[in-house]
Design a protein around this ligand. Sequence first.
Ligand code: ATP
Length: 478
Amino acid sequence: PTTTLQDIIGHAKEYGFVFPSSEIYDGLQAVYDYGQNGVELKNNLKQVWWKAMTQLHDNIVGIDAAIFMHPLTWKASGHVDGFNDPMIDNKDSKKRYRADQLLEGKAEEYEKNGELEKSQALLAKMGALLSAEKLDEVRELIIEENIVCPISKTANWTEVRQFNLMFSTQVGSVAEDSSNIYLRPETAQGIFVNFLNVQKSGRMKVPFGIAQIGKAFRNEIVARQFIFRMREFEQMEMQFFVRPGTEMEWYENWKATRLRFHKAIGLPTEKLRYHDHDKLAHYANAAVDIEFEFPFGFREIEGIHSRTDFDLKSHQDLSKKKQQYFDPELGEDGKAIGNYIPFVVETSVGADRLFLAAFCNAYTVEKGEKERTYLKLHPALAPIKAAVLPLVKKDGLAEKAQEIANSLKSSFRTVYDDGGAIGKRYTRQDLIGTPYCIAVDYETMENGTVTIRHRDSMEQERVTIAELKEKIGYAVSM
Ligand code: ATP
């Protein structure tokens, strides 16, 4: 039997990875909390990304911008006027849907029935109508395609309306003084408005990049599929500033680099693919998604966009502050290339979506004489790297095991566990993806050796205590 999203949600909750937010009040839709193991896995993902994007590049640095930004930021970026989803309500069930998702669902149905052309024609038509803002015709298309509400089973639809995805709130305590501001819907703008600050203070030369990890907020109309689509989530973005005319080269370059990253953290090649955008956002001249095969199908985990000079230029127009870079390199005419607004290639991945991808991929149920469930996470991502388990508590074994655990702790997350039969303790670690279990037995007391039990193969290997740190450390670093 194949893994379902329900299996994933159940496992994530039972073993301390992800809980519904404020669950004792029946939860808050599309908001989730990370538990004791989830926070470790998520932190590991963020660290691996941060290292891959900053530490390993001489020309990329990081920042941490505030969530609140001047409201004009979102005017310049196009979010105030254009960050909308088309929504439609069913009059009988009173349920709200995203019009584009209803049509995409229908197209997927065609595709499953082998009617590929019909599916593609529908998507193309939908894309054209939405970009032209022909919302009445989008509604007509939904009715024409006989799409019914899954709850009421009727096609009694309201008109299609645009719904802005930004959350807003007030700053200032006195009503007259307060002004509306937004919770950022993407981290990118914090980078754009700091472009010159970083460039000047860091003496950065184009091409260079700025990376950031941080929370973003979107009032998603339809939030299903667990942490795939949340209202509060975390993005890991990098904006790479390049000389105009070189952007396609960099776009191809980042496209390849980012796919390699996903493979390096353990996502298998056959579960990853590129998906080129047919319909480009207002700011882009090329865009591709990296998709991962979730239990509910191939879906976007990361976007790579060639954003032209759209953002810097709009900020320059609205703020009246020049957003130019002086390029000292010599052109063909022997003179410095001089001032220009750089073009931007961005890579944008959701930390939560990547978490879900890594978690789904790791979740393994092995049939056989005895069924075994374990998380085959890359050791660098595993919440706990090593568990030290004394075979029995007596005869000094417990103390010895504790001593070994203490000696490993400062290098990587290590736990000590002496509760219950050793088989049960192995199972506990399997369920949260611990790659190494170190058993301390009577031989340890005699000759200073322990066994390492490998999570995926369950094979055991005898090594000296002195070898442990290097052996495990090597495997868990990335
Ligand atoms: P989608 O089409 O799925 O709504 P998007 O194209 O709007 O996503 P971008 O604006 O390109 O997404 O954001 C970049 C990345 O941020 C996405 O690839 C995804 O990993 C993540 N992301 C976007 N929206 C959400 C969300 N509501 N919940 C979790 N992650 C998200």
